[in-house]
Design a protein around this ligand. Structure first.
Ligand SMILES: *Cc1c(COP(=O)(O)O)cnc(C)c1O
Length: 818
């Protein structure tokens, strides 16, 4: 086993302090993911958005005693962490990579490295499944393929594994060499080369060359020889290969593929023999991914019958962890994707980040193929379960049942999924987050179904990773020390208040703001403890504000009067003063100041924590002078506020557009709104943000219409020729604006634009699908990354804010992390 002392020579770091010998068991880079302090080494990585060094005190107090740091004075480190072993290195990420590379070098096992623009994760998951009858496979969890993810993946190799499958992803030149040294693949798969991350490279050729560095020492590279750029580069470099192709000469020649329903039949020639196989997918990407796998299986000389049998059992790979609303106010994290320890740990992390619900329940099957001795495996599972504060464990399967004594959570065990379902009583699950995680053979989808609410087919999918990306994007613009308030009013711009608030709390923003007291109360009831400003508190809500420690915006004298009258004597109360500098909506003007401050003087228990104003035209350059004038007025009014109060307050004026356009006026805090949700209000930096929400519905019925027929209410839709139309399950009651009627709006079905025909109805509308293959049940995208809110808003003369916040609460929200 690796020891701390060895780390010094592996990383060539400087020993700052060595207190006692310790084993190196867990590599930690994210302080929130600590599960077992003993044996953990924390690598303090200084990233673009965050600095791991900030979390040293917290980790030390939680018992971590081994640190790799890249900055700090030796004396201070020793003083602050007297019991910790500490190494100083020039670059902590590099050090982590060196440790992983060292670990890899301890093993002789064959390793398949996978890179390419698309399909890496699916090919990896499928190959692991296809080869598992003979091999004990260790693989990257989910899509851990980055500079950080690869070392953590490789660290999982243990002596029982017989094959490693790891993916490598890069976004710029220079990165692959690092990953090659860590993975050291003996075989390679290059899935394909596309446009992803083009911006990080001078040319496509350079990108191919860079990616090929992963394979510099492989015995054999698998790829599709029809990929011309790739094919030429491989030949030029003389890498030994095993290819498949449709057009080029190759080891495996694909002579035809035909789809039959949801299957594809593949005809191929290998070693002079004609064969055919069926795979249970019809889309092109899946066929390509399956062909990569087929090439590997043929090379390994698996009999055709075995190949056929195994390919037939492939499942689609869920690329993301989804959190869905379920019965009795529960949320369900459906993760039947990775059935290994690393996957369990990732899913438990997501669950642990959802503190709004009372209880955490884990439904877990036997873990198959871990490569660890059983007892040891379930000890580790028990450790993870405990570290993530799971309150109820439901174990399903003979093996996990056998080790029931290792678990201390409230627990129950069943030998099979059907035993669990027989005993299933929905009333026992209420307001909790339930993680469902089981190996395929346990068919946990039946459990997921039992928990799922029945709702109509319209959902708003909220991408939590995109939210985080956008948050970090704005954060990176802030000067050190500038605080961040995030607006979660109007159900977090339609995206679901507490799920969003929760993510923001987890990622440590400073403040939240809502419009009404009730919204704040809801957040508190669901476990949000951040300070919350309420922008429009009505007098009848003042008692509630105090009860739930919500902080009112005070914008008028009468309102302040009513507020102070409602106060209980002893406590102190925080308020925010809104100043009107030209928006002319809410706020005090200078003429109010005498009365305002004499009133405040009488109530010293009322503490003004911030003074703020709002820009009327921050998004448009047209209003630059006006904005500058507002900022100047605000600065002077706020100075007056501070003088009269005799203490300083937090000053803030910028909204999302302001953060982009007036970076020099961040003052003490900024208020982020629409930008978090993926819309860059000035338009100048839209590319840098990621779309957060996708509104989806389904096709209810498809029909043929004769020329001259009319469609829908008031017979507004007129078929100028014979048409095929689809009725889709969304209407103005769901938030699909009636102004989209009669050809103004369009939706995407299978990526194709289909225009609205006739008037939008309350719960449905009709779209023109003439010439397309559309059937009932097909998915319809109303807005999303391929059909932007901005475009839709412009087509009906409104703004993205309105479309987002109009999505009705009857539309189910599904939250996911990629
Ligand atoms: C809604 C709101 C914001 C956020 O505005 P965006 O344009 O969404 O960034 C900021 N300040 C106040 C007072 C608001 O009401």
């Amino acid at each position: 086993m690796l020891t701390f002392q060895q780390l010094i020579s592996i990383t060539q770091g400087r020993e700052i302090q060595f207190v006692q010998p310790q084993p190196v068991i867990h590599l930690l880079t994210d302080s929130r993911k600590l599960s077992q302090p003993a044996g953990t080494v924390f690598f303090a990585i200084h990233g673009k958005y965050n600095d791991g060094h900030k979390y040293l005190p917290q980790l030390y107090s939680r018992g971590v005693r081994q640190f790799v740091v890249e900055k700090g004075s030796a004396d201070e480190l020793r003083q602050q962490y007297p019991e910790a072993n500490i190494i100083l290195v020039p670059d902590s990420l590099k050090a982590l990579q060196q440790v992983a590379a060292w670990h890899r070098a301890q093993f002789q096992l064959p390793v398949i490295g996978i890179t390419g623009s698309n399909g890496k994760t699916i090919v990896k998951e499928w190959l692991a499944q296809l080869l598992s009858p003979e091999e004990l496979v260790v693989k990257s969890p989910r899509s851990y393929n980055s500079q950080l993810g690869v070392p953590l993946s490789v660290w999982q190799i243990n002596p029982n594994h017989t094959l490693g499958i790891f993916e490598a992803g890069i976004s710029q030149a220079g990165e692959m060499e690092q990953l090659q040294q860590i993975i050291r693949p003996t075989y390679g798969i290059f899935t394909n080369i596309g446009s992803a991350h083009d911006e990080g490279f001078v040319s496509r050729e350079q990108k191919v060359a860079e990616k090929l560095k992963l394979f510099k020492d492989v015995e054999l590279l698998f790829y599709c020889a029809d990929q011309q750029l790739l094919h030429e580069a491989v030949q030029r470099q003389g890498i030994k290969s095993f290819t498949w192709a449709r057009m080029q000469p190759a080891d495996v020649t694909i002579t035809a593929t035909t789809t039959a329903g949801s299957k594809t039949i593949i005809f191929y020639t290998y070693q002079g023999e004609q064969q055919q196989l069926a795979i249970p997918f019809a889309d092109e990407a899946s066929v390509e991914n399956a062909l990569h796998c087929l090439a590997v299986l043929l090379y390994r000389q698996l009999p055709v019958a075995a190949i056929q049998e195994r390919l037939g059992r492939l499942h689609p790979v869920a690329m993301r962890l989804e959190m869905k609303e379920a019965i009795n106010g529960c949320y369900l994290i459906d993760d039947t994707y990775n059935n290994d320890l690393a996957g369990l740990s990732i899913a438990l992390d997501l669950q642990a980040n959802q503190p709004q619900h009372g209880q955490r329940t884990l439904i877990l099957s036997d873990l198959l193929e871990s490569g660890l001795p059983e007892k040891n495996l379930y000890l580790q599972v028990a450790e993870l379960v405990q570290a993530h504060d799971v309150q109820r464990l439901i174990g399903i399967g003979p093996t996990i049942s056998k080790y029931s004594h290792l678990f201390s959570a409230s627990e129950e065990f069943y030998t099979s999924t059907s035993d669990f379902l027989k005993a299933f009583n929905p009333a026992r699950f209420r307001n909790e987050v339930i993680l469902v995680k089981g190996a395929r053979v346990f068919a946990f989808e039946k459990i997921v179904q039992a928990f799922q609410q029945k709702v109509h087919g319209t959902v708003l999918e909220v991408n939590l990773d995109a939210l985080l990306h956008n948050l970090n994007y704005y954060r990176a613009k802030l000067a050190p020390g500038t605080k961040l308030m995030v607006m979660v009013k109007a159900f977090a711009y339609g995206s679901g208040s507490f799920e969003v608030a929760n993510l923001l709390q987890f990622h440590r923003v400073d403040y939240l703001a809502v419009a009404y007291a009730d919204e704040g109360v809801l957040l508190r009831e669901q476990g949000i403890t951040l300070p919350v400003m309420v922008m429009n508190p009505s007098p009848d809500s003042f008692a509630k504000l105090q009860q739930y420690s919500l902080e009112p915006e005070i914008y008028a004298l009468e309102q302040l009067q009513a507020f102070v009258l409602s106060l209980e004597a002893e406590a102190t109360y925080k308020i925010h003063l809104k100043l009107d500098t030209g928006m002319h909506r809410l706020g005090f003007v200078r003429e109010d100041f005498d009365t305002l401050f004499s009133l405040l003087q009488q109530y010293p228990q009322v503490q003004v924590v911030s003074a703020f104003s709002h820009l009327a035209g921050a998004d448009e350059a047209l209003h630059n002078d006006f904005s500058q004038q507002q900022i100047a007025t605000f600065t002077s009014m706020a100075a007056d506020v501070e003088t009269r109060l005799g203490y300083s307050v937090t000053k803030h004026i910028l909204n999302s557009a302001g953060i982009v356009r007036f970076p020099e006026h961040q003052l003490d805090m900024v208020r982020l709104g629409i930008g978090l949700y993926g819309v860059e209000a000035t338009g100048a930096e839209q590319e840098a943000l990621r779309p957060v929400s996708t509104l989806k519905t389904t096709v209810s019925q498809v029909k043929s219409i004769k020329q001259g027929d009319t469609i829908g209410y008031s017979r507004k839709g007129i078929a100028d020729a014979a048409k095929t139309i689809a009725t889709i399950a969304i209407g103005y009651a769901d938030g699909y604006d009636r102004r989209f009627s009669n050809g103004v709006g369009h939706v995407l079905i299978d990526g194709q634009r289909c225009h609205v025909i006739g008037n939008v109805c309350m719960d449905m509308c009709m779209v023109d699908v003439t010439g397309l293959e559309v059937k009932a049940g097909d998915e319809v995208v109303v807005f999303g990354p391929q059909l932007t809110l901005l475009e839709l808003a412009q087509s009906i003369g409104t703004i993205p804010y309105e479309l987002l916040t109009n999505v009705s609460t009857r539309v189910k929200r599904v939250f996911y992390a990629e």
